[in-house]
Write a protein of this length. Structure first.
Length: 471
């Protein structure tokens, strides 16, 4: 164990977004790679937006991904008194002040700033002036917030991802620590908790980069050791905007529901904005990622979420499972179909090379379990065009009554018949595939026939003949 301590600090105001999960993964991997500690803290200080059930959904998502907290989960709302204390301490230390500006006044200040053509409004007060009548107004019980006075010289830090970052004095504003209703703000709570939890490294999304100078200023004002900060690039959707529900699945729960393996999503998210450096290797287990993970590999550019690639990666991770694990994974995602282990076990070698998600077996390839009701119209047009082929299919069905149902004997019989009828093997293979699956592509036909068994194969071929001889 080292003193390295990292945290993942989600606000329970929404589901576990894949961007958040990726931040959690980077923190977790960094802790594991350095023998440090990973802690989860639920930032539930905003009573209007925080919801208890969402905290649970987030924790469940983290658990599913194997990102459990090494220590008891921290709930930020338990520390409210401490935050209030620190806000007052900052006033005592001369870094913060009571601010009696009303909502209306603030609005007017914003408008004035706009009228002056300023790009954005920044609240700044002269510390000496604001203190003048503060005592009197406090005694009067006038409502007030506590604001931190932005350091005039600005703030710079060496970001673990971006390198040197600087905010000049005029880019900073006086920000609220305690609202007029006495509730602590995010900046105050996050700094107090990170300090009290002895967090040494803060890895979080790029969207927090402009918060960092404010937070560093708070550490300095309290004379607390400043942790190291690293800001990881955002995840973009296919439209190159921040990934959101609008452009597809964005929450971990949705991927879990679609039947993705947690280790595949873990692998995929790690490679969004991080690269192992050498080579183009993309498939890693969690243990392998711990071995190779370094902060140097975190990119500064945003990464685009490509669900098709995640599906591919899921297929690769499925193929890494043992047969037993694959069967129980498939069973778990078989939905309303009641499929026996033995059927799954015999289907597994056939679907293994092509599966990406359980739905490939239970939806796209559900012919393994149920008779097809429709036949691909293009396949029908192409492969059932002549009456001869239906005649041959019918004769071959008669052969199937007696032939041994092994891939070798089935193939031997089919080829012998095709030679005899002077047709190509494909001319019979394609119609049989259509009859058995309704589709034009499937796993190896003879293996599939063996899997389905004589009775099913004959039933399906006879149904196709019935449908097409009648039409
Ligand atoms: N609770 C903040 C969020 O969910 C994270 C704060 C932080 O990482 O500093 O965005």
């Amino acid at each position: 164990m080292t003193d390295l301590r990292v945290r993942f600090a989600p606000s329970p105001t929404g589901y576990l977004h894949v961007g958040g999960a990726r931040t959690a993964i980077f923190n977790w991997l960094y802790a594991r790679a350095c023998g440090g500690t990973f802690v989860v803290r639920i930032e539930d200080t905003d009573p209007q937006r925080s919801r208890g059930e969402l905290a649970q959904v987030i924790l469940d998502g983290l658990k599913w991904l194997g990102l459990e907290s090494d220590e008891e989960i921290v709930y930020q709302s338990d520390h409210k008194e401490r935050f209030v204390e620190v806000a007052h301490e900052l006033v005592r230390r001369g870094f913060a002040y009571h601010d009696f500006t009303t909502v209306e006044e603030l609005e007017q200040m914003r408008k004035d700033s706009q009228a002056r053509g300023e790009a954005s409004f920044r609240f700044k007060a002269d510390l000496a002036t604001v203190r003048e009548d503060a005592d009197l107004r406090l005694k009067n019980g006038d409502p007030c917030a506590i604001r931190f006075s932005a350091p005039p010289d600005g703030i710079a830090w060496n970001d673990l991802v971006h390198g040197p970052v600087e905010y000049k004095g005029d880019e900073l504003e006086d920000f609220v620590l305690l609202r007029s209703d006495g509730s602590p703000t995010y900046h105050l709570s996050v700094v107090c908790d990170d300090h009290d939890m002895r967090i040494s490294h803060i890895l979080r999304g790029d969207d927090h980069i402009s918060n960092t100078p404010k937070q560093i200023a708070l550490y300095r004002a309290m004379e607390w050791e400043v942790p190291q900060f690293g800001h990881v690039p955002l995840i973009l959707g296919p439209d190159r905007k921040r990934l959101s529900k609008r452009t597809g699945a964005a929450s971990v729960g949705e991927f879990q529901q679609k039947g993705f393996l947690p280790q595949a999503l873990f692998n995929f998210l790690t490679l969004l904005g991080w690269s192992p450096g050498k080579g183009d290797r993309e498939l890693f287990s969690r243990e392998e990622l711990i071995e190779v993970f370094t902060l140097d590999g975190i990119q500064t550019k945003s990464a685009v979420f490509d669900e098709a690639k995640l599906e591919w990666m899921n297929g690769e991770h499925i193929r890494m499972l043992s047969d037993d694990d694959a069967v129980s994974y498939l069973r778990e995602h078989s939905g309303p179909l009641s499929v026996s282990d033995s059927t799954l076990r015999s289907a597994w070698p056939l679907v293994k090379p092509r599966i990406r998600l359980p739905k490939d077996l239970f939806e796209d390839q559900n012919y393994v379990f149920t008779d097809p009701l429709d036949y691909d119209p293009k396949g029908v047009e192409k492969h059932l065009a002549t009456p001869e082929i239906l005649k041959h299919l019918s004769s071959f069905a008669a052969d199937l009554e007696t032939v041994t149902f092994s891939p070798e004997s089935l193939e031997e019989k089919l080829r012998a018949r095709c030679d005899e009828w002077e047709i190509k093997a494909g001319q019979l293979i394609h119609p049989i595939r259509l009859a058995l699956t309704g589709k034009t592509v499937s796993p190896g036909l003879f293996e599939m026939m063996e899997l389905l068994g004589r009775e099913t194969v004959l039933r399906r071929i006879n149904r196709l003949l019935k449908v097409h001889l009648a039409s």
